[in-house]
Each structure stands twice: as structure tokens, then as C-alpha cells.
Write a protein that binds this ligand. Structure first.
Ligand code: HEC
Ligand code: HEC
Ligand code: HEC
Ligand code: HEC
Ligand code: HEC
Length: 366
């Protein structure tokens, strides 16, 4: 190897931890619980989100160690300086993969547990930024377009890219939403889908107004994936030949389905069973982004579903080979990661790593 390969470019967006260390005037601490004193509903929603679990998530914890505990991982998963045990004083290399570290005397373990916490998105130069121009709050506030328009505050971690030919040009760390092209970026509204609007008080005891849910549901939420996936199954008969066509369309995500880390994928299983339950014939399709990591990082192919572009998957058999009462079952599953990787990194999951998003069983009487 000519030189060590890094799988992504460290861009300015996340090269170092965020220097947010002092709470805004009028607020006790940087912790989400402080904000929760007055923004209880939002606090509760955030607590259930993957943002709140960006550090404690057991899959992340195992992967972090497997990947050699690199400091760079922390700058998106626990981005605030005092969430991190070490300060980053500079770098030993031009690529910014080898930070010069020194113990952080102000390290706050409780704050660390909060992962992507409120102030990561909401505090800039001592002022709480938000979507409103007209609020009276016990803390300084300011309207900021980062909070409303398009990709806004999400870009920092979700839509980062590197531009070098020999490290991968498009995969940011964790590959998230990397399929979005420059020209397309202006038209995408992350919050429109991931922070749906709701009428309620923005702070407890306030007046109802347009607020937004802080849930950020994605691949961990079956309903979110299901709503975005349209599936139509039909059987075509021609003499003794039978063909099942499953048409899948991404009708609900402006990025690909699935998106996110290259771990995420869909499988389609066609399974013909005899009345006894014995499988007569099966076929599996996998929809994913396939990457060659060495010696160069190259996107080999990408079979994920693009918005509003139906894809058809087929499965054929001869009718007269079948016993009467046989059935065809078609199952589409969403996978957070595949079994081989789970084993390789030694992640002992307590929650399932995949779940069905579509299933239909058809009797094959004729
Ligand atoms: C003592 C109560 C209190 C605390 C604590 C508090 N807020 Fe607020 N906040 C309010 C009130 C009241 C409003 C105004 C709501 C309205 O006008 O409907 C507000 C407004 C906001 C807004 C909207 C600002 C805008 O211009 O759009 C944001 C965002 C916000 N708070 C975030 C936070 C965060 C983050 C924290 C924790 C660091 C926090 N708040 C702590 C009471 C509080
Ligand atoms: C400071 C970095 C950061 C910012 C800013 C950020 N995110 Fe995230 N986001 C993450 C990380 C890290 C995860 C993964 C946590 C995990 O699964 O361990 C994540 C996960 C998610 C998920 C996935 C949920 C799932 O089920 O896997 C969604 C959806 C999401 N973010 C949407 C957004 C949106 C929309 C914005 C902008 C309002 C945003 N994020 C801003 C870091 C960030
Ligand atoms: C990943 C970034 C992110 C995190 C983390 C986050 N917010 Fe927000 N928040 C936003 C965005 C973006 C908006 C504006 C959404 C819109 O108007 O489309 C918003 C809106 C708000 C508002 C205005 C009222 C509303 O509902 O729109 C308040 C208040 C608020 N957030 C408080 C909080 C509190 C409290 C926490 C932590 C418990 C928190 N936020 C965590 C991104 C974030
Ligand atoms: C038109 C609605 C829509 C828009 C706009 C949208 N998303 Fe999504 N997003 C979805 C749906 C539906 C899913 C679940 C299916 C999937 O993974 O594609 C999802 C999933 C995700 C996930 C979860 C991936 C995982 O691994 O679990 C992340 C992260 C995410 N979106 C981030 C973003 C960001 C960042 C933007 C803005 C650049 C954005 N989304 C814009 C609908 C949308
Ligand atoms: C540029 C910001 C960024 C950096 C740096 C980063 N991540 Fe992530 N990570 C994310 C985002 C955003 C997501 C959510 C993507 C998604 O939902 O698919 C995520 C998701 C993950 C997940 C999936 C968790 C789940 O819920 O299934 C793992 C594991 C992970 N990251 C590990 C790492 C490791 C290990 C490193 C360091 C080598 C790292 N990340 C560096 C932003 C980052």
C-alpha cells in the first residue's frame, strides 16, 4: 500500500469538537434536562430518539471499539467539547486523523450520555436559535434559517462530503444521506419529513403555535419505513408458467430507501411452500449499496430505491410441479445491519437487527 487508506475525508464540519461550553444566560446547564424544565414535551420526544442514544446505542458502542476508538467518531456522536474526555489541541497529520489529545478537565460524563443533545442544534454564540422570530423566553433567542430551511442544521453531520479522488468522494462517515447531489440539496427539506409539524405550546404553559416533533424517526422505526414503501404483488399466468412480480416504490423518502450507513439494506424473499410447510423453491434479492473498501474505495453498485422510481422483482415456477394447496409468501425486510457484520464485530443485540415491512401470502389454487 502506498499510503494508509482512510475511508473518508475529515471535513471542517466535524474535524474538531464543538466549542459550546457555557449555557445561555438564564439557563442552569447545557444538559437536556435543564431545557426540559420548560420544554417537557419536546424533551420527552427527544429522549426516545436516536439522537439521544447516539452515544449509548449498544451497536455504536461496539462498533466504536471495533474501529479502534477513533476520536473522530466522537465529533458527531458526542459533538460538544465537554462530552469528550480529551481536548483536541491539533493534529499530527495533514489528513486530521491523528489528533493531539490532552485530558479535558471539564469532561462531563452525564452530558456525554446525552449524545446529540439540545444545545448541539440550538446554541450558537450564547444565544438559543430557533424557528420563530417573535418569542419571549427566559433565555436569549434568535431566529436562524439553520432551523427552518432545507438541510439546515442537519448538514453538519448528515450531508458532509469529501472531495478527494483517492479517498471516497461521496461517502461521509457512516454514509448518511450521501446520495443527495449538490443540485438536489437545495430542494430537500429534512425537517418537513423528520420533524413533522404539530400544534402545541413550544414551552409548557405557553400558547398553542406551530411546533415540530423531535423524534427523527428513520430506520429504527418500522412505521416510518413502511409508510415510504409501496409494494404491489401480481401473478402472471402463461400456459403452465407462473411469474410473480413484486413492484416496490419509494414513495416517501426524498433520499434513497434505505438511506444511512451502508449497513442498512432491504431483502425480498419469495418463498413457495407446499401444504406441509416444506419449501419448494425460494429466491432472495438484496437492495443495498455495495462498496469495495480496498485497495480503493469504490461504489460498485447501488440497488436502493430512488424516489418514485418503481423497481420490479420477479420469481417464476412451473405450475404443474406444485402440490395442490401450495402457497407463495413474499416478504420484504428492513435490516439495520447484516448478520455477518453483527458477528464480526461481536455485537450482541437485544433488539432485532431486522424486521418485516411487507408480507403477503397467496394461495396457488390454479
Ligand atoms: C425557564 C424556562 C425555559 C428553559 C429552562 C428553557 N426554555 Fe426555551 N423557551 C422558553 C419559553 C417560555 C420560550 C418561548 C415560547 C413561545 O414563545 O411560545 C422558549 C423558546 C425556545 C425556543 C424557540 C426560540 C425561537 O426563537 O424560535 C427554543 C429553540 C428553545 N426555547 C430552546 C431551549 C433550549 C435548547 C433550552 C435548554 C438549553 C431551553 N430552551 C431552556 C422557556 C425556557
Ligand atoms: C451533531 C450531529 C448531528 C446533527 C446536527 C443531526 N444529526 Fe441526526 N443523527 C446523528 C447521529 C450520530 C445519529 C445516529 C445515532 C445512532 O444511531 O447511534 C443520527 C440519527 C438520525 C436519524 C436516524 C434514526 C434511525 O432510526 O436510525 C435521523 C432520521 C436523523 N438523525 C435526522 C436528523 C435531522 C433531520 C437533523 C437536522 C434537524 C439531524 N439529524 C441533525 C447526528 C446528527
Ligand atoms: C438535531 C437537532 C435538534 C436537537 C437535538 C433538538 N432540536 Fe429543537 N429544533 C430543531 C429544529 C431544526 C427546529 C425547528 C423545526 C422546524 O421549525 O421545522 C427545532 C425547534 C425547537 C423549538 C421550537 C418549537 C418547535 O417545536 O418547533 C424548541 C422549543 C426546541 N426545538 C427545543 C428543543 C429542546 C428542549 C431540545 C432537547 C430536549 C431540542 N430542541 C433538541 C433541531 C433540534
Ligand atoms: C420526503 C420525506 C423525507 C425527506 C425530505 C427526508 N427524509 Fe430522511 N427518511 C425518510 C423516510 C421515509 C425514511 C425511512 C426510510 C429510509 O431509510 O429511507 C428516512 C430515513 C432517514 C434516516 C435513517 C437512516 C437509518 O439508517 O436509519 C436518516 C439519517 C435520514 N432519513 C436523514 C435525512 C436527512 C438528513 C434529510 C435531509 C437532507 C432527509 N432525511 C430528508 C423521509 C424523508
Ligand atoms: C460526520 C459525522 C459522523 C462521524 C464522524 C461518525 N458518525 Fe457514525 N453516524 C453518523 C450519523 C449521522 C449516523 C446515522 C446514520 C444512519 O442512521 O444511518 C451514524 C450512525 C452510526 C452507526 C449506526 C448506529 C445504529 O443506530 O444502527 C454506527 C454503528 C456508527 N455511526 C459508528 C461510528 C463510528 C465507529 C465512527 C468513527 C469511525 C463514526 N460513527 C463516525 C454520523 C457520524
Amino acid at each position: 500500500m502506498v499510503r494508509p487508506m482512510n475511508i473518508f475525508v475529515v471535513s471542517d464540519d466535524f474535524a474538531v469538537p464543538m466549542l459550546i461550553t457555557i449555557p445561555p444566560e438564564g439557563i442552569e446547564s447545557l444538559k437536556a434536562a435543564s431545557c426540559g424544565e420548560c420544554h417537557q414535551q419536546i424533551y420527552r420526544e427527544w429522549s426516545t430518539s436516536m439522537h439521544a442514544k447516539a452515544w449509548t446505542d449498544p451497536y455504536y458502542q461496539v462498533d466504536l471499539v471495533f474501529d479502534g476508538n477513533q476520536q473522530i467518531c466522537l465529533n458527531c456522536h458526542i459533538p460538544l467539547q465537554n462530552q469528550q474526555e480529551n481536548l483536541v489541541l491539533g493534529f499530527k497529520d495533514k489528513e486530521r486523523f491523528k489528533p493531539i489529545l490532552e485530558k479535558n478537565p471539564d469532561f462531563d460524563q452525564e452530558l456525554q450520555q446525552e449524545g446529540v443533545t439540545c444545545v448541539v442544534c440550538h446554541l450558537r454564540d450564547g444565544v438559543i436559535i430557533g424557528p420563530y422570530a417573535d418569542v419571549e423566553a427566559p433565555h436569549p433567542t434568535r431566529f436562524d434559517p439553520l432551523m427552518t430551511a432545507g438541510i439546515g442544521v442537519c448538514r453538519q453531520c448528515h450531508v458532509v462530503s469529501g472531495k478527494r479522488w483517492d479517498t471516497f468522494f461521496r461517502i461521509p462517515p457512516c454514509g448518511t444521506v450521501s446520495e443527495i447531489r449538490k443540485g438536489q440539496a437545495a430542494t430537500i427539506d429534512c425537517n418537513g419529513c423528520h420533524m413533522p409539524k404539530i400544534n402545541r405550546p413550544a414551552a409548557d404553559d405557553g400558547e398553542n403555535r406551530q411546533s415540530s416533533r423531535h423524534l427523527w424517526q428513520g430506520g429504527h422505526d418500522r412505521k416510518t419505513v413502511q409508510k415510504a414503501l409501496q409494494a404491489d404483488l401480481e401473478i402472471i399466468k402463461k400456459g403452465k408458467s407462473r411469474k410473480a412480480n413484486l413492484s416496490l416504490t419509494n414513495i416517501g423518502a426524498d433520499h434513497f430507501l434505505p438511506t444511512g450507513t451502508p449497513d442498512r439494506h432491504l431483502t425480498i424473499l419469495f418463498s413457495l411452500s407446499e401444504p406441509s410447510g416444506k419449501v419448494f423453491k425460494e429466491k432472495t434479492y438484496t437492495l443495498k449499496r455495495t462498496i469495495m473498501w480496498r485497495p480503493f474505495i469504490v461504489d460498485l453498485w447501488d440497488t436502493r430505491l430512488k424516489k418514485n422510481m418503481p423497481e420490479t422483482f420477479s420469481f417464476s415456477w412451473k405450475h404443474d410441479n406444485l402440490l395442490g394447496g401450495s402457497t407463495l409468501t413474499v416478504t420484504v425486510r428492513y435490516h439495520l445491519l447484516d448478520e455477518a457484520r453483527r458477528q464480526r464485530i461481536g455485537y450482541r443485540n437485544t433488539a432485532p437487527i431486522s424486521y418485516p415491512v411487507f408480507q403477503q401470502t397467496l394461495p396457488l389454487s390454479e
